[in-house]
Ligand binder design. Structure first.
Ligand code: NAD
Length: 303
């Protein structure tokens, strides 16, 4: 029996909006799951899932698990969890175990962390996801995996409990680079879709007609299909992905471009748009609230 077929113990650190449904899927596929989160409320929610042990510390996760998934806000938190102090996870991991960072992290930090874990006899890969809470719940996430192909192959059965598409992107950090670039494209598509919706509505066209035309035409994108009628037109703004996290991803993409000397024309506009929205609504607001920056006197371009 290959290692991939065994239902080995899996640690899951960060069981928030995405981590909760992802960890639930891993547990319901028979992997003994040990969860840890800094939030007692998040831990209480995952404890209710059958087959899950709520761990009291990172040391317990390191001691008990063969593979550890991180689904944390950003690279600063990932670094703190791994190496933050003497109770950081890295000090407790078993030789031969694997850490999988599924958070949307910064690829340059990921590339620093890999050799440090390797020195402790621990494998490290990056495998961020796309698809949001809905696709985390139904197990159809897109996963982009960077790192050693043999390590990715070892944990592929685990990925298949959470995702449908697994694209191996190359060296360590390349998954995180692709995730940021994907969200750069997604942010641009969302902003363009919001602007078309606002201008069309101001002209007197019914919102559902605007969206119907976009979705039958060349302007169709993920936001026109999955965000305008679902979260923006009804004003519910509850997609489950925060404004602050989207701004972080745009930042990673533009920093990456800058570090490589690549020009982006949209980068500055996207960064300023999301920074202004974060200043106005707070980082915890839903990312679809970017639409509200187009409302009169919102502080966006429409004064
Ligand atoms: P979230 O804020 O809901 O969850 C993050 C969890 O990490 C929280 O439960 C928090 O308590 C926990 N946490 C924070 N610091 C910690 C620490 N030091 N130790 C242990 N736990 C800690 O965020 P989310 O929306 O689930 O996003 C998680 C990651 O996934 C982010 O990197 C995000 O960019 C990415 N992502 C989110 C979505 C989405 O639709 N929400 C989609 C794709 C990718």
């Amino acid at each position: 029996m290959s290692a991939g077929e065994r239902k080995y113990a899996v640690g899951f650190i960060g069981v928030g909006k995405m981590g909760l449904p992802m960890a639930t899927r891993v547990a319901t596929h028979g992997y003994p799951l040990h969860a840890y989160d800094a939030s007692a409320a998040a831990l209480a929610a995952i404890r209710a899932v059958s087959g899950v042990t709520a761990s009291a510390s990172l040391a317990e996760i390191g001691r008990d698990c063969e593979a550890v998934i991180l689904m944390l806000p950003d690279s600063a938190v990932v670094k703190k969890v791994l190496f933050g102090d003497k109770n950081g996870l890295a000090a407790h991991l078993k030789q031969g175990s694997v850490v999988i960072d599924m958070s949307s992290s910064n690829p340059s930090v990921t590339r620093e962390l890999g050799p440090r874990l390797q020195a402790a006899g621990v494998d490290f890969i990056d495998a961020p996801v796309s698809g949001g809470v809905k696709r985390a719940v139904d197990g159809s996430l897109a996963i982009m995996a960077g790192g050693e192909p043999a390590v990715i192959a070892r944990v592929k059965p685990l990925f298949l409990t959470m995702g449908k598409s697994i694209v191996e992107t190359g060296m360590l950090g390349s998954g995180h680079a692709m995730k940021a670039l994907n969200n750069y494209v997604s942010a641009a598509g969302l902003l363009a879709a919001c602007e078309a919706l606002k201008v069309g509505a101001d002209f007197g066209i019914a919102p559902d007609k605007i969206v119907a035309v976009l979705n039958a035409s060349t302007g169709k994108n993920n936001s026109t299909e999955n965000k305008l009628m679902q979260f923006i037109v009804p004003g519910s703004f509850n997609s489950g992905f925060s404004l602050g996290l989207m701004k972080k991803d745009i930042n990673i993409a533009t920093d990456l471009a800058q570090s490589l000397g690549s020009d982006t024309l949209l980068g500055e506009v996207l960064l300023k748009s999301w920074a202004d929205a974060e200043a106005k609504f707070g980082g915890a607001a839903d990312h679809t609230e970017i639409y509200r920056m187009l409302e009169r006197n919102a502080g966006g371009g429409n004064k």
